[in-house]
Design a protein around this ligand. Structure first.
Ligand code: UD1
Length: 371
């Protein structure tokens, strides 16, 4: 029997952890123990995902909460370090790129516990992004690197990681999307918000680079106003963004066609994305989800760590080029909706099974011994 701590701390981790928990019963030799670090803790940022995604009760809740990067990372490290003293796992599995990911990976590796990183190898090449630092550090120390797209393999090889440690197995976030899509579609959340399917834009924003500087945020708000004259906008507002918007004078002048709502649960969010005309976002996960669904996505960033969404998916980087944004939106509004798209290799709804099977195979062969 192999005991694996599966670490989940912040909103995007929960969808990934859910895919792994859902298939764990297929592996009777493996006990997956969900560890909630408490990086996200509100009902809307954490609890709702547990209920909707059928996540098991965590074996422990570390209650780390919000704070500076240093304080938050340190607290997760300290509390996870204490937890494993009395409850040592055989392996620590971290997902994504949040502070909890790097914190637990660091703790485990120093305790000589093998670390598996799910969603390894993604690189934006932008070290201003806190997540990029988390990715670089986690991938430098993890023993097994589970990659979602080919670019991840290339990045890890270039950084000197051993080919034997890299496994291109697909995208667990898309596993959860396919599993939950029928339920989400039934919800028709747009109807409760007075919207028509394929006739609204779904907007999310939370990156510090977009929301923390009032001038950048005001510029984005101006573009949202322009967009809302062409398509009603449903804006699901992250707590970080809510605080920054409240401090801006422009917020009061959002037209009625910009609808602001609190962060949404997984099913409502998926229902709204799946039936939207387009998505405007700075989220990494939404770039992937829209690509899997064939929904046009306009990403308000200069780079993406998920380049396959540009080449095989439906994603376009706007990078502050508002002329391009306006041209693409105008074209979209004037054209018929067509949701055709190429399937992305390995994004087939079965990544989690392959990942756990690989973990078991390596464990049995004795290859996951931390060096
Ligand atoms: C974090 C992740 C980011 C991820 C995002 C998804 C890092 C470095 N960043 O950023 O990668 O895309 O989560 O949401 O790990 N807050 C609440 N309730 C909560 C959690 C936070 O109200 O449950 C508020 C707090 O006021 C906090 C603010 O949101 O100060 C920002 O939260 P924080 O965890 O610092 O970073 P995120 O921007 O959420």
């Amino acid at each position: 029997m192999i005991k694996v701590d599966l670490i989940a701390g912040a909103r995007p981790n929960f969808m990934k952890a859910a895919a792994l928990c859902a298939v764990a019963p297929q592996f009777p030799e493996l006990t997956l123990r969900l560890v909630h670090t408490g990086q996200h803790y509100s009902e809307g940022m954490s609890d709702v995902f547990f209920k909707e995604l059928g996540l098991p009760e965590p074996i422990t809740h570390l209650g780390s909460g919000s704070g500076t990067h240093a304080a938050q990372t340190a607290l997760v490290m300290e509390r996870y370090g204490t937890w494993i003293q009395g409850n040592r796992p055989d392996m620590c599995m971290v997902v994504g790129d949040v502070n909890s990911t790097v914190a637990c990976a660091l703790v485990a590796v120093k305790e000589h516990i093998p670390v598996a990183h799910v969603e390894a190898g993604l690189r934006s090449f932008d070290r201003q992004m806190p997540e990029e630092i988390n990715r670089l550090v986690t991938d430098a120390i993890a023993d097994m690197l589970f990659v979602t797209e080919e670019s991840g393999v290339e990045n890890l090889l270039r950084e000197g990681r051993d080919r034997e440690a890299i496994f291109l197995e697909g995208n667990v976030m898309i596993d959860t999307l396919f599993r939950m899509l029928p339920r989400a579609r039934q919800l028709r959340t747009w109807s409760t918000l007075g919207l028509q399917p394929k006739a609204y834009a779904f907007l999310t924003l939370h990156r510090p680079s977009n929301v923390d500087d009032p001038r950048t945020l005001a510029e984005i708000c101006e573009q949202i106003q322009w967009l809302a004259e062409r398509l009603p906008v449903l804006f699901a507002v992250h707590p970080r963004t809510r605080a920054r918007l409240d401090a801006l004078p422009i917020r009061a002048s959002f037209p009625e066609s910009v609808r602001l709502v609190d962060p949404l649960g997984y099913l409502d969010s998926l229902s709204l994305v799946a039936d939207s005309r387009c998505v405007v976002t700075d989220s990494g996960g939404l770039q992937e989800e829209t690509s899997a669904l064939g929904i046009p996505c306009f990403t308000l960033r200069a780079n993406t760590e998920r380049p396959i969404t540009l080449t095989s998916g439906t994603n376009t980087l706007i990078a502050g080029d508002w002329q391009k944004f306006r041209m693409l939106i105008s074209q979209l509004v004037d054209s018929k909706d067509k949701s055709e798209h190429e399937p992305i290799p390995f994004w087939d709804g079965h990544a989690a099974e392959r990942i756990l099977a690989q973990c078991m195979a390596n464990w049995t062969r004795g290859q996951v011994v931390h060096s």
